[in-house]
Design a protein around this ligand. Structure first.
Ligand SMILES: Nc1ncnc2c1ncn2[C@@H]1O[C@H](COP(=O)(O)OP(=O)(O)OP(=O)(O)O)[C@@H](O)[C@H]1O
Ligand SMILES: [Mg+2]
Length: 361
């Protein structure tokens, strides 16, 4: 039997409290070399705290952290390897460049600490500044740069030392929307090309989708699901993941014999599922983009159809979205077909294989 490659980084049961607030509640994950893991979740869910634990800026209250087979944090065994001895580099939201140094000096600093000689240092500085297209700014000071340029320099500074692990905490969130979009694509390409192992924190799903090889969805101090961007989008495990990523309809259901009863009114629909045994009752999810809203009566093969009234229609730019009340208190969202207006009686349709059953997290 082939042995699985040991993880580069492994976290087991990490917990952290500030005062009486339990900010991390048992976090487990592992990271292979060359992976780009994005920690994605709403404000306050513990992303920065987890990143700071990995960095060594904080120590865990409970749990273990291993890097390349060595324990680097374990409060039970009284191990806490300090940040400067982990060989990691960090990029912060506010750039954190040294204002009294030039761009080149900022980038060279870590290399000097590593004892790299002057010629090799100069060569490496030029190389990483070229990677982020900042070669011609080498002699400027940070105050003479735009926000986007400063962030390019801080990324170059972090890459210069060839860190074992690159940690980035919302590196694009201080930039305006257009610049964020531009730098997002460049950063994704740069991380892929350098092959650096990275953990990237954001609350922005489009950044996560662009940058991640895997996404860990964080909610209230826990990782709720971890997987490739495609996996977590297509098969969200919980209602939190389903609503945090994309636009989803959550519909209560119960199973009865061969059919599925949906909504509070328990409208029967045929049960066709790839899942062997969904829970007897709970909530199911259907993505907005899997739902079409059409006029009643048009026959549709193989689709589930629920009747309702269109309560709202919004223009999205490339199409319209309809909000359909299928019963009191249950509004489903889908893309509107021709002839749909507010107040019309309509049918909400989706294929039964677009349904995902959620576990209540
Ligand atoms: N040093 C600290 N002392 C006390 N409480 C803290 C400290 N650092 C973080 N917290 C609290 O821990 C919780 C998680 O904070 P954290 O910064 O990890 O969240 P986050 O997911 O990074 O949020 P954001 O997206 O807003 O940056 C918050 O409720 C925060 O107030
Ligand atoms: Mg944060």
């Amino acid at each position: 039997m082939q042995q699985a490659e040991p993880a580069f980084l492994e976290a087991r049961g990490l917990a952290k409290s500030f005062g009486s607030e339990r900010v991390l509640r048992g976090v487990d994950f592992s990271l292979q070399r060359g992976e780009r893991l994005v920690l994605l979740g709403p404000s306050g869910c513990g992303k920065t705290t987890l990143l700071n634990l990995v960095a060594g800026m904080l120590g865990a209250d409970e749990g273990e952290l291993h890097c390349e087979g060595e324990v680097i944090d374990d409060p039970l065994r009284r191990v806490h390897r300090p940040m400067r001895r982990r060989g990691f580099a960090m990029v912060f939201q506010d750039f954190a460049l040294w204002p009294h140094m030039t761009v080149a000096e900022n980038v060279a600093f870590g290399l000097e600490v590593q004892g790299i000689d002057r010629t090799a240092r100069r060569e490496r500085v030029r190389e990483v500044l070229r990677m982020v297209q900042m070669e011609s700014f080498a002699e400027r000071r940070p105050t003479q740069l735009s926000g986007g340029q400063q962030q390019r320099v801080s990324i170059a500074r972090a890459l210069a030392v060839r860190p074992r692990l690159l940690l980035l905490d919302e590196p694009l969130s201080a930039l305006d929307a257009r610049l964020r979009e531009e730098l997002k694509g460049e950063l994704a390409a740069l991380l892929r090309e350098t092959g650096v192992t990275a953990i990237y924190v954001t609350h922005d799903q489009s950044e996560a989708f662009t940058l991640a090889s895997r996404i860990a969805l964080m909610h209230e101090g826990r990782i709720e699901q971890i997987g490739t961007p495609e996996e977590v989008y297509a098969n969200p495990a919980t209602a939190f993941v389903a609503t945090f990523l994309g636009v989803s309809n959550l519909i209560p259901y119960a199973r009865q014999n061969g059919s599925l009863l949906v909504g509070g009114r328990r409208t029967p629909v045929p049960l066709v599922t790839r899942e062997p045994d969904p829970p007897r009752e709970g909530r199911l999810m259907v993505r907005r983009e899997a739902v079409t809203v059409g006029l009643q009566g048009a026959p549709v093969n193989g689709a589930i159809a629920l009747e309702g009234v269109c309560r709202r229609k919004d223009f999205l730019g490339d199409r319209h979205e309809a909000f359909v009340e299928i019963e009191e208190g249950l509004i489903l969202r889908g893309f509107a077909g021709p002839g749909i207006e507010e107040g019309t009686r309509v049918e909400v349709r989706f294929a039964s294989d677009a349904i995902r059953f959620l576990s209540e997290g």
